[in-house]
Ligand binder design. Structure first.
Ligand SMILES: [Zn+2]
Ligand SMILES: [Zn+2]
Length: 383
């Protein structure tokens, strides 16, 4: 239908239902001549719900937005579920340099490709995909050419931070940022694996530990409860370290062969009694808790840090004499997420989640921020 526009108004009498008997009567009848054309077009543009942050430190706003179109190299995803991660605070509180508002957070996304831009080989409409923290990479800078895609030098792309994320019915993602989601995983099961899952799994599989080695996991929260499962299913002799006797049953249920209660035991001494840990996965955000376990490493052992602590004092002489390492670990890129999901299906690793509909984003977010969630929080998009 052609609509002629004069100064933003539809020409009087054009395109009314009166002039077009085929046009359905009902709620739209007669509106065409009475409204500015742009407003009419906007009324008919498909809309979606999105949760946005308008400024650093601001509240969440649930708004209606136009459904975005994918540009070159991009796909549009109809979001089914999106996990709430502690790193969403980066968007909420404006902790990322140069962040632009309004911004939709969310980097634990599971959904279905429903539109594809130009120059996107391989992916097809209808495929189930996930998006994590890494929001894509160029593939041609020196870091990418070395295989360090996470450190792409062309532009830092972070889902839900530099581009709108998954707290919405739809989102746009670069093809380089998406992972295949196996049919065996429900959207809620898959979502936390896109950040908490890939972080712990990818860290462990790159830690140097081999099946049969002792691997300890400090912390039994959102990251730790997945870390223990991945460690056990990878064939490591797994040690859970938490504060309090009450966490022992959970640690063992998740696959830990041993449990150390760091509230009453010296975790380093207890690890040495077991023969020492080849790897310790530190999921806590306490530098003191990390410091207390370093003495539990074997010679050439490694403390792998995935919990965000601003600074950590290390016993340099011990590291030197025993050739030990303290290493940080970035989560992973899309292929790492894809392999995390596949391994989870293969081995039965699952995140323990609390699910909330999108409208309850404030309540859901508070559960996460206050550390009350057991153990990950997921927003679902069904209406
Ligand atoms: Zn995250
Ligand atoms: Zn690059």
């Amino acid at each position: 239908m052609a609509i002629e526009v004069i100064n933003g108004q539809a020409r009087a009498g054009a395109c009314t239902s009166e002039h077009n008997p085929a046009w359905p009567s009902g709620p739209y009848n007669g509106r065409w001549a009475a409204q500015p054309v742009l407003s009419i077009v906007e009324d008919f543009m498909p809309k979606m719900r999105a949760v946005q942050v308008v400024h650093a430190g601001g509240p969440f706003e649930i708004v209606e937005r136009e459904i975005p179109e994918p540009g070159s190299g991009m796909v549009r995803i109809k979001v089914q579920a999106c996990g709430i991660c502690h790193s969403d605070e980066v968007t909420k509180q404006g902790m990322f340099p140069g962040i632009q508002y309004p911004r939709v957070p969310g980097h634990e996304v599971i959904g279905v490709i429903d539109a594809i831009g130009q120059n996107v080989p391989r992916w097809t409409v209808g495929q189930r995909v996930g998006v994590g923290w890494n929001g894509g990479y160029c593939g041609y800078c020196d870091s990418c050419r070395r295989g360090n895609f996470f450190a792409c030098e062309t532009s830092t792309q972070v889902t839900g931070v530099t581009r709108d994320g998954g707290y919405a019915d739809y989102m746009i993602a670069p093809a380089s940022a998406i992972a295949v989601v196996p049919a065996e995983l429900s959207p809620e099961e898959g979502a936390p694996l896109m950040c908490a899952g890939v972080t712990t799994f990818n860290c462990l599989r790159n830690s140097g530990a081999r099946p049969g080695d002792i691997v300890a996991v400090i912390g039994l929260g959102g990251l730790g409860h997945l870390g223990i499962q991945f460690a056990a299913k990878s064939g490591f002799k797994t040690v859970g370290i938490g504060r309090g006797k009450d966490k022992e049953a959970l640690a063992r249920k998740l696959g830990a062969s041993y449990y150390i209660d760091s509230a009453v035991q010296d975790p380093a001494a207890e690890l040495q009694k077991l023969g020492g840990a080849r790897v310790i996965l530190a999921t806590v955000t306490s530098a003191d808790a990390m410091k207390a376990v370093i003495g539990g490493l074997t010679p050439a052992g490694t403390l792998m840090i995935v919990g965000a602590v601003p600074a950590l004092e290390v016993p340099a002489l011990q590291l030197l004499l025993k050739s030990q390492q303290v290493k940080g670990w970035y989560s992973g890129t899309s292929i790492d997420s894809q392999e995390t999901l596949a391994f989870s299906v293969l081995s039965g690793v699952r995140s323990m989640n609390e699910s909330y509909p999108l409208e309850q984003v404030n309540e859901a977010y508070e559960r996460m921020v206050q550390g009350k969630a057991r153990f990950r929080v997921v927003l679902t998009m069904e209406k």
